[in-house]
Design a protein around this ligand. Structure first.
Ligand code: 5GP
Length: 172
């Protein structure tokens, strides 16, 4: 049996998402923004966050994994589902569930610039800095969490637990 313990409550998460949304509203007043949600884990965070934004946003999704040598580059990016809206000359906010080694998000940021984005910011609801291999500048961060394997609020273990409304530590 998996042992599940709450780390962050549903109420604390939604309050933080609202704060991030308010900050993005301030930063991007009258500027066009495209949200790129990194699947699958950030689907719940993205759905909550965009409903706190008070201007029209374009929303796209990407599914990718990165592998390999972090000291040389951010590693190879394998895209399983690509963005279906033009990115050229747009302000993009990459929305992640959790940043761990930093490899995936760094490589995704580079990829968006390769597609011609004007500006790319990084937004994550959870940050696990202990295992960082690639330094990442996070523009919008929800919670810094300890080096535990976590599930809930979109994050899975073996494709389960994404639907938990809070963030939990799982012991297998
Ligand atoms: P990284 O920053 O190491 O390139 O990878 C981030 C990705 O690793 C996240 O998008 C997520 O899919 C996965 N990940 C990292 N830490 C955890 C965790 O504690 N729980 C879950 N479910 N996924 C994690």
């Amino acid at each position: 049996m998996d042992k599940i313990e709450e780390l962050i409550s549903e109420q604390a998460i939604i309050k933080k998402v609202e704060e991030i949304g308010n900050q993005i509203n301030k930063d991007f007043q009258n500027n066009k923004v495209m949200i790129v949600s990194v699947l699958k884990g950030s689907f719940i965070f993205t759905a909550d966050l965009v409903r706190f934004l008070n201007f029209p946003v374009e929303i796209a999704f990407i599914a990718a994994s990165s592998y390999g040598a972090s000291t040389v580059s951010s590693g190879e990016l394998k895209i399983r589902y690509d963005i279906d809206i033009p990115v050229k000359d747009k302000n993009v906010i990459l929305v992640e569930d959790i940043i761990d080694t930093g490899l995936t998000i760094s490589r995704l940021k580079e990829y968006l610039y390769e597609l011609g984005a004007k500006d790319v910011r990084i937004c994550t609801i959870f940050d696990k800095p202990d295992r960082r291999e690639k330094q990442v500048s996070i523009d919008y961060c929800g919670f810094v969490i300890p080096n535990e394997f976590v599930v809930g609020y979109g994050l899975d273990y073996n494709n389960k637990y994404r639907n938990l409304r809070n963030l939990c530590k799982i012991t297998i």
